[in-house]
Design a protein around this ligand. Structure first.
Ligand SMILES: [Mg+2]
Length: 178
């Protein structure tokens, strides 16, 4: 199954989930500050490769810790500024980060699997074509988000699970296959 990735060029967009794809998830909690943010192995190298291949790279992340009042939007912005800086220092690029603070799926237009953050990204970058987009995530809601927008879906997981076009162990493996 490893080679069914579409042939991409710079007219393609990469949508990335954050926690569990770029950085280590914290069990039963949220990454509340930069000190708690830990890049997964190979992620910065992977993003340097992706920066050359994709026209746009955006992060779409559910952050209900904000909605729950466990962290502020300022805390989140600070994490994201540092994240973008470190990725850039390693030769990569994140064009924009979209987050959804909503606590539940109910009534939310933006919490993944709802497609709202995808439309927001397209509003900011009108050249984004969802048929020429890939989502890389580690949860079924990421895959459903991608399917709702007719993207190619890549699940980061250690063992094969259904509901994704491709399952890979890491973002680095994904980048190596491009
Ligand atoms: Mg995740």
């Amino acid at each position: 199954m490893e080679n069914n990735l579409p042939q991409i060029d710079t007219s393609w967009t990469l949508f990335l989930d954050r926690d569990g794809v770029l950085n280590k998830k914290i069990d039963d909690d949220y990454v509340r500050n930069w000190q708690q943010f830990e890049f997964l192995p190979g992620v910065k190298s992977a993003l340097a490769i992706c920066a050359e291949k994709f026209g746009r790279i955006v992060i779409v992340t559910n952050q209900r810790g904000v909605g729950r009042g466990l962290m502020s939007e300022t805390d989140l912005h600070e994490i994201h500024m540092q994240l973008m800086d470190e990725v850039e220092a390693a030769g990569g690029r994140i064009d924009a980060i979209f987050y959804c603070p909503d606590i539940t799926d109910e009534g939310s237009t933006h919490r993944k699997p709802q497609p709202g953050m995808g439309y927001d990204a397209q509003h900011l970058f009108p050249e984004i074509d969802f048929a020429k987009s890939i989502i890389v995530g580690d949860s079924s809601s990421d895959m459903a988000f991608g399917k709702n927008l007719h993207m190619f879906t890549v699940l980061i997981a250690q063992n094969s699970k259904p509901n994704a076009d491709l399952v890979l162990p890491s973002l680095l493996r994904f980048a190596e296959l491009l």
